[in-house]
Every structure is written in structure tokens, then in C-alpha cells.
Ligand binder design. Structure first.
Ligand code: URA
Length: 212
């Protein structure tokens, strides 16, 4: 598994404002959106392309276009939805599938409550959107779900990550024999006893959409 921590002053600037408890929901949504677009640039570094010939007004040029099948973007509901527009800005022709997962606040285990994904993901590159890589339980289950359907390359974009979650993913995705990459804006210190990332930014879903 490859972990890429984005090292860029603009990423750090936006992330700091996102962490700030005084940042209201509309501003939080805008910052998350902008941050994802910056992370998406890193995350799509290995997106598959095929050669394409075009004519410029001056002459022929050799370029590329996104390969078929198109990449699949998979936000994990609910908080991953706040990352979707920022991702689609860079990959407007990607397809979108949805995975609804919730973690039990006591056991911290993840269960799937909704799926809207192609049955067959053979040869698909998948981009999973999950803002907080905390215990790693949700992301690990999501990755396994996609690989079981045939996905052969997975990149997860997480605004924040905790070392405990990364370590768990390292253990749980290695046997899948599919390349997995994590792209994140920062690796935080640790998890607290409630499974929140410290210092983190609190509950990403609540900060995006309010406490419901
Ligand atoms: N989910 C969140 O929204 N925040 C955390 O800190 C951990 C999990």
C-alpha cells in the first residue's frame, strides 16, 4: 500500500481553516471542495490514459484521453458526498457509484446500509472518497467490497488520516493483491478513546451537513 501525504502550502492553508472550530458549515463545505480538487490532482497521477491523435490549427499532435472503462468515483455516504464535486471537477467524465456505510459508535465497526455500484468492476480504477481515515474499518470494508466486484486499482482520498487507520489498512488490504494508494492532506497524531482523529477536525459529516 502506498501512502501519499500532500505536501503543499495551499493544502496546509485550507486544511488549517477546515480544522478551525469557528469555521461554519458553508465555509467548511467550500474548503473541503477546494481541498479535494488539490488532492485529486495528486490522486489521479496514475489514471489510465490511451493515446489520441488530434489536429491543432497548425498540424497533427499526439496526446491522450482517459481510457475505457472510465474511472469510477465512489463517495462513502454521508461525509464522502462533501468531496464529490471537488473530485468531479477534475474527472468530469468519470462514473459515480455510492456506498453507504455507518460505523457503530461503540464497537467502531462499519456496516453497509446502501450500495449503488456496477455489479462488474473488472479492470476499473476506483477513487474512494472518505474524509476521515480514523480506525480504518470503513475504508477497509469499502476497499474489500470494490475488489470483490473486480476493481483492480484503488485510490482513496482522505482529508485527514490517523496512523492507527493506516496501519490497519496495511494489514487488511495486503492480501487483496490489488494496488491501494491513500492520498491525504495530513497524517495526524492519533485517535482518541472515541475513535476521533486528534487534533482532527471533529465529525466531518456534522461539520458538512449539521448534526442530524
Ligand atoms: N469520523 C469523523 O468524522 N471524524 C473523526 O475524527 C473520525 C471519524
Amino acid at each position: 500500500m502506498r501512502v501519499h501525504v500532500a505536501d503543499h502550502p495551499l493544502v496546509a492553508h485550507k486544511l488549517t481553516a477546515l480544522r478551525d472550530e469557528r469555521t461554519d458549515s458553508p465555509t467548511f463545505r467550500r474548503l473541503a471542495d477546494e481541498l479535494v480538487t488539490l488532492l485529486a490532482y495528486e490522486a489521479t497521477r496514475d489514471v489510465r490514459v490511451a493515446p489520441l491523435q488530434v489536429r491543432t490549427p497548425v498540424g497533427p499532435a499526439t496526446g491522450v484521453r482517459l481510457s475505457s472503462p472510465k474511472p469510477l468515483v465512489v463517495p462513502i455516504l454521508r461525509a464522502g458526498l462533501g468531496m464529490l464535486d471537488g473530485m468531479m471537477r477534475l474527472l468530469p467524465t468519470a462514473e459515480v457509484g455510492f456506498l453507504g456505510m455507518v460505523r457503530d459508535e461503540h464497537t467502531l465497526t462499519a456496516t453497509t446500509y446502501a450500495t449503488r455500484l456496477p455489479e462488474d468492476l473488472s479492470a476499473r480504477q476506483c477513487y474512494v472518497l472518505d474524509p476521515m481515515l480514523a480506525t480504518g474499518g470503513t475504508l477497509s470494508a469499502a476497499i474489500r467490497f470494490l475488489v470483490d466486484r473486480g476493481a483492480d486499482d484503488i485510490t482513496a482520498i482522505c482529508l485527514l488520516s490517523a496512523p492507527e487507520g493506516v496501519a490497519r489498512l496495511e494489514r487488511e488490504v495486503t492480501d487483496l493483491l490489488v494496488p491501494v494508494t491513500i492520498v491525504t492532506a495530513a497524517m495526524d497524531e492519533r485517535l482518541n478513546e472515541l475513535g476521533y482523529i486528534v487534533p482532527g477536525l471533529g465529525d466531518a459529516g456534522d461539520r458538512l451537513y449539521g448534526v442530524v
